[in-house]
Design a protein around this ligand. Structure first.
Ligand SMILES: NC(=O)c1ccc[n+]([C@@H]2O[C@H](COP(=O)([O-])OP(=O)(O)OC[C@H]3O[C@@H](n4cnc5c(N)ncnc54)[C@H](O)[C@@H]3O)[C@@H](O)[C@H]2O)c1
Length: 394
């Protein structure tokens, strides 16, 4: 199978490399000036890392390079059997590109988008034969992240979902299936990790460091402020803002003034040398040399909000319970799947905690998902098959 990839940035280069590693001939198309140099640099950095870690040998690196043809013309894609798009995250550019692609490639050739936040249905609507358009959302770095989200748009034919699942399996990825909704599964389910922690910080009783330490005690490898600094405050804020807007301003995703001011100050995190933490010249966090106190309830408040988010996604059939849990363990490196975590804590305990926060703040965002309240009433759990008791599934 011959693969076309459009956009030779971080993700497009990663996808081209992955396809080539699995024996495919690849055309990597980018129309911007300087794209070729950037592609060579990205590939060099990625291959150096992979060779040093023993993921590939230098012979394999050469083979992979030889299978990828970089080109600045779209017409070659007429010969491709699958086209992956990974250009900038801009709806107008993506729609224009998909319209053009759908005229170049045959009506039976799948066109997939790597969009993180745009509507797959909207992108497909610009195409001839929208039934072969779907989201295949890789994570960064592509060669390392095991997870891929597959997102059918409203018009997508089930045959392409199955073919995408099979292809991802061949390429060594675990795919999960998401409805075409803002942020899909991974980016959406993670919002409370950041947004609730930012709210706690805004309340002024705990420092960023104290909140991070408190949450890390639950087994998370990085605290929310360390992670926002790592990803970049601007990028993290932009994702929340899109989800907030696209969900019709659902208060669960409301952005914070604190984070907005950080961005306005240019305190973007590691990349700018200052964020919630200060950074040394070699990029290490300079942790405050002070005693810290962990206030009761911080980590529990963030955790039950994460579980509530997972329950909302399950309740609204955005994904299956297994895919929701895979999204957080493989896509976000969380210590446990959120729905199995809920079972472990006890659904009643989760609902009691959410209701107590809800009564304290009287804010909509803290309302427990209907499904959780129903589960308490009926004594259900998310994974009854993992229990020896008589609890049933919902
Ligand atoms: N970077 C990430 O961590 C990440 C993770 C998952 C998904 N994504 C998504 O993947 C996509 C690409 O992201 P990225 O970080 O690789 O971006 P990037 O800015 O690194 O690369 C985009 C590339 O597309 C090229 N390009 C722009 N318009 C084009 C056009 N019309 N035709 C051909 N080439 C064009 C640019 O020259 C550039 O090389 C976006 O939709 C993004 O939301 C990014």
């Amino acid at each position: 199978m011959k693969i076309g990839v459009v956009g030779a940035g971080v993700m497009g280069t990663g996808i081209a490399e992955l396809a080539a590693r699995h024996g495919h001939q690849v055309w990597l198309v980018d129309t911007e000036v300087g794209a070729l140099d950037r592609y060579y640099k990205l590939l060099d950095i990625s291959h150096k890392k992979q060779i040093s870690k023993g993921v590939i040998t230098s012979d394999e690196s050469n083979l992979i390079r030889n299978r990828i043809v970089f080109i600045n013309r779209m017409d070659v894609l007429g010969q491709a059997d699958w086209v992956f798009e990974a250009i900038i995250e801009d709806a107008k550019s993506k729609k224009m590109l998909f319209k053009m692609l759908s005229e170049i490639v045959g009506s039976e050739i799948p066109l997939s988008t790597n969009t993180s936040s745009l509507s797959v249905t909207g992108i497909a609507s610009a195409c001839l034969h929208p039934e072969r358009v779907l989201g295949v959302h890789f994570f960064n770095p592509v060669h390392q992240m095991a997870l891929v989200e597959i997102i059918p748009g409203l018009a997508t034919s089930p045959i392409w979902i199955e073919k995408a699942q099979n292809l991802m399996q061949e390429w060594g990825k675990t795919s999960i299936l998401s409805k075409d909704c803002p942020g899909f599964i991974v980016n959406r389910i993670a919002r409370p990790f950041y947004l609730e922690s930012l709210r706690i910080a805004e309340e002024g009783e705990s420092t960023f460091y104290e909140i991070d330490q408190s949450i890390k005690q639950l087994g998370f490898k990085m605290g929310p402020f360390e992670l926002m600094d790592f990803v970049g405050n601007d990028i993290n804020y932009a994702v929340s803002e899109v989800i907030f807007r696209e969900t019709g301003y659902d208060s669960r995703y409301r952005t914070t003034i604190l984070q907005k001011r950080m961005i306005e100050a240019g305190w973007l995190g590691k990349k700018s040398g200052k964020g919630y933490y200060a950074y040394s010249s070699d990029g290490k966090i300079i942790h405050p040399q002070i005693d810290f106190k962990i206030r009761n309830g911080i980590s529990q408040r963030v955790l039950v909000m994460l579980i509530n988010e997972a329950a909302h996604l399950y309740q609204n059939h955005i994904a299956s319970r297994n895919d929701i849990d895979l999204a957080v363990t493989l896509g976000l490196n969380y210590p446990k799947g959120l729905l199995s975590w809920a079972d472990e804590i006890g659904i009643r305990v989760v609902v009691d905690q959410l209701e107590s926060i809800y009564h304290q703040y009287m804010e909509e965002r803290y309302r427990p998902a209907v499904i959780l309240r129903e589960m308490v009433k009926n004594n259900h759990v998310f994974y009854p098959e993992k229990l020896t008791s008589t609890s049933r599934s919902v």
